[in-house]
Structure formats: C-alpha cells, structure tokens
Ligand binder design. Structure first.
Ligand SMILES: [Zn+2]
Length: 369
C-alpha cells in the first residue's frame, strides 16, 4: 500500500509543454468474442449489499470507465504472473525513450506491488506487454483541421477470445516533427502502461494518470499515478475477467463481474453513457464512436450502429482505427445480409491487417446468399 507521502515520490518531472496532448487507446472490435449472457438477472438484495461494501472498501475508483468494450473485464491472469514486459531497443529515437519505458514499468511495479507482479524479459516472444517506437509519418493519417495529436496507443491482441499481447506503440516524434522530451516520453509511457495492465478506458479525474488530456498550460498538473488509479487497478484484479490470458478457474477468490458491475443490460447502459461522454470530451475521437457502434450491434439497433460507424470513418487517424472502422462496416453489412458490401469492407480491412479473427467473419459472409 502506498501512503500519501510515498505516492508523492511518484510525481513526475515537471509540467508538460505547450501542446495539448491526447493519448488514445485502440479499440479492437469485440463482435466475435462477445458471448451473450443469456440469463441476465436482477441482483438479490444481499448481492447488492456485497457490491456496495466492496466498492466502499476499495475507495474512490473509476472501474466503470476502465472497462473494455461493452463493459467487459479484460486483464492479465493472476495464475500466469509475473506479467512479462519487453522493451524493444530502438534506433528510431534517442536512448532516453527506452529508459523512460523501463522507468514507467518500475513506477507501476512499485505502486502496485501488493497486487501485481511484473518482470522484464529479453525476448519479445515471451512477453505479455511490448513497448515499441513507431514512425509518426507512417502510422498517422493527417486529418484536416484536426487539432488533436496522438502520441501513442496501446492495442491488445486477442486470439480465439484469449488475450495474447498488449502492444504499446509510442510515436517517435510529435506533430512539430521533434522528438518528445524525456519527461513527456515518461508521462506517455506511464499512461499507456496503465492501459496495458487492463485499464481500457479513461478517468475523468484530471489528477489521474489515466486522464486522457495531459494538459499543457497548467504546471501544477504533472502526471503521476494517483490513489484512484491504484484503487481502480486493485479492484480490476479482484473481478473475474471476461478476456484474459490464462485459465480463469485457476484464479480463486474473485468477485463476479455481474455482482460488482451489474448485469449485462446495466453494463451496456453504463458503457453507452461512457462512450457518449468520451465523445463530448474528445469530439474528434474515432474509437468512442466505434465503441457505440459495437454496443448498438449487440442491442441489434442497426441504424444507430451505422450512424456511429459513418461518424467514425472520417475521424480515423491511425491504421488501427481505419482497420477497426472497416471491420465495423463489414459486420454492419453482414447483419443486413448484404454480401457484396460486407465482402468489400472485409477486403479493405484485410489489406491493412491480415488478422486471424477476420477468418471467422469471412466464413460467415461467404455463407450469405
Ligand atoms: Zn489513454
């Protein structure tokens, strides 16, 4: 546990420069792994009391914003601990990038030492979480009049419903085409590593490291891991995960997500509210619109699904965002039994990334008449 004094030691060097920094999380559409819980039910009064007391004992947290798509719990399996981290040695950026990545891991390791176990590995193939530096020109599509700058993103690899890896991609340079300064890289790395540990969403609390805007002008708002961030992760690792990398039954003493977070209907309603709030905070965000599209697909509200995919499309700034948009279109047209358009968008997605999960969709589309 961290005392107030100890957590102060985590305060990062100084303020952030003049630009408005936005850090996004890539959403990997969950259509295929979404397993509908058929028998959603009301919680009993004693389950509601259990939920309240767990939330109370945890202290302030933003667990409802930490969900993965559709209110799902995605995190590393405790039976597979330690969480293994690989930092790619890069020639694309100054040395301090790699040092900052490693330091961000150590900062989280210290903050979460009662809950998580984390170690470095020397091989990418053995790692759960991988840090990479990527070229900003190659990966970011410039969008006209877009004032946001994406600095980094974290994307999970999910195969057959199992979490395989989390890739943290940090762009080599900012929009000004200059390398980030050391403290900026560190702030970015700590935020992204929070995603990689399982906090899929963002906090509304500006003092949280998982707040999406690292705001420039305010020197007092240096980015550091807050009590609320620690509470949220602590709680996340007490809840039975929906998507994880190991055997769920090997983890004992977990709380069921249903008791803690509500049944599927409740979680969907919360998730829709969160996504709408994200759009309000970040009007040019592509992924929160795709999240809504996924939610409306689950609810079989296809007109709304299409509306949000159409809104997301021109806002896609990264290849992953474009890929996710095409996959969403393919699913939409599949749901409408429109084989021609479903295939068209599937092919567009395959051109960006030949992902194994698309094979199942391809098979289903081919079965359409
Ligand atoms: Zn983020």
């Amino acid at each position: 546990m961290l005392s107030k004094k100890q957590s102060q030691e985590l305060v990062l060097p100084a303020n952030i420069s003049n630009m408005k920094l936005k850090i996004y999380l890539t959403l990997f559409l969950l259509f295929l792994v979404a397993v509908k819980n058929v028998c959603a039910r009301e919680l009993t009064p004693s389950e509601r009391v259990a939920r309240q007391s767990i939330l109370y004992a945890t202290g302030t947290n933003y667990i409802e914003k930490a969900y993965y798509a559709g209110g799902k719990i995605l995190r590393w399996n405790k039976s597979e601990f330690p969480i293994k981290v690989y930092v790619e040695n890069t020639v694309n950026a100054p040395n301090y990038y790699v040092y900052a990545f490693a330091r961000s891991v150590l900062i989280w390791k210290t903050a979460m030492k009662d809950v998580l176990s984390i170690k470095f590995v020397n091989l990418e193939s053995e790692a759960n979480i991988v840090f990479k530096v990527v070229n900003n020109k190659k990966y970011i599509r410039q969008v006209e009049n877009n004032e946001d700058s994406i600095l980094a993103y974290t994307s999970p690899t999910i195969k057959k419903g199992k979490l395989e890896k989390m890739y943290i991609y940090v762009y080599d340079k900012g929009r000004d085409n200059k390398y980030y300064r050391p403290y900026q890289v560190l702030n970015i790395a700590i935020h992204e590593f929070g995603h990689a540990l399982g906090i899929s969403g963002h906090s509304n609390d500006a003092s949280s490291i998982m707040y999406p805007l690292l705001n420039a002008g305010d020197e007092k708002k240096s980015a550091f891991i807050s009590r609320t961030d620690i509470n949220t992760l602590t709680l996340l690792y007490k809840v039975t995960p929906d998507i994880t990398n190991g055997d769920k039954s090997k983890e004992t003493g977990n709380i069921s997500a249903e008791i803690l977070l509500g049944d599927e209907e409740e979680r969907e309603v919360i998730a829709i509210k969160q996504a709408l709030e994200e759009i309000r905070i970040k009007p040019t965000d592509c992924l929160s619109r795709l999240k809504l599209a996924v939610l409306y697909e689950e609810r079989k509200e296809y007109q709304k699904m299409l509306q949000y995919i159409k809104e997301a499309e021109p806002l896609a700034k990264t290849k992953d965002e474009q890929y996710s948009t095409y996959v969403a279109y393919a699913y939409y047209y599949y749901s409408q039994r429109d084989k021609k358009n479903a295939k068209l968008y599937l092919d567009k997605a395959l051109l960006i990334k030949d992902d194994e999960s698309l094979k199942t969709l391809e098979r289903f589309i081919n079965l359409l008449r």
